[in-house]
Design a protein around this ligand. Sequence first.
Ligand SMILES: C[S@@+](CC[C@H](N)C(=O)[O-])C[C@H]1O[C@@H](n2cnc3c(N)ncnc32)[C@H](O)[C@@H]1O
Length: 254
Amino acid sequence: MTGLLTNVEYRILKSICSGNPDCCSGSAYEGKSKLEILLGKEFLGKIQGKVVIDFGCGEGAEAIELAQRGARRVIGIDIREDILQRATEKAQATGLQGRCLFATSAAELADVVVSIDAFEHFADPAAVLNAIDGLLKPQGEVLASFGPTWYHPLGGHLFSVFPWAHLLFSEKALIRWRSDFKTDGATRFSEVEGGLNQMTIRRFEEVVSRSGFHFASMELVPIRKLRPFHNRRTREFTTAVVRCRLVKAGTSRG
Ligand SMILES: C[S@@+](CC[C@H](N)C(=O)[O-])C[C@H]1O[C@@H](n2cnc3c(N)ncnc32)[C@H](O)[C@@H]1O
């Protein structure tokens, strides 16, 4: 019976979208500074002359921009060797080698750790926060911006073939549909390339509360069209971006 249902769901998904929906191309930021849009212009003041780690750096565009805009050194960290290689080549092409490095970890402590659009991808966000704690100077800070979170209309990322599709269809059917155009062999959401951890706002708060950090600030940016309905009860469904500043527990929030 489950197999039959999965089959029906798969066929519906296939009829809605038969190929790679290419939803995550990042084209919304084409020609703009994603860092400025997500973290605000004033953020650039914090990185002048500082050692910055970009955790979950992807292909390195933001790490390179951080180095170009005043950081003393930037280390982009990711788990995927192929994109670290591409990021390194980009940094070399911009003449930043030495000031902008890419690796799976860092050998030096950072003044600031940024993490952009990555907390909904880490398989073990608590372990990542723990790793960040170990890479950050005692008075350092983490600036994270991420989303969409799981209950956002497009929180399933590629699986959101229409708003909230990732909640309506079963994981099995969605994975089967995806396997027609992706070849990484993922059998669960968590196994897709780059990861997808079904992060919610509440879960993020819980993970932080159990970490070595506390929130110096947290902002939930509403989906523009849903702004009138955005409140504490609806936040999981109406938040576009989660933005926060974390400091080590025991340091001041200022
Ligand atoms: C959606 S991408 C965001 C990339 C980049 N920050 C950006 O804004 O374009 C999320 C990245 O997190 C990386 N990632 C996932 N799990 C990770 C982990 N445990 N440690 C480091 N990076 C990880 C993925 O490989 C992917 O490159």
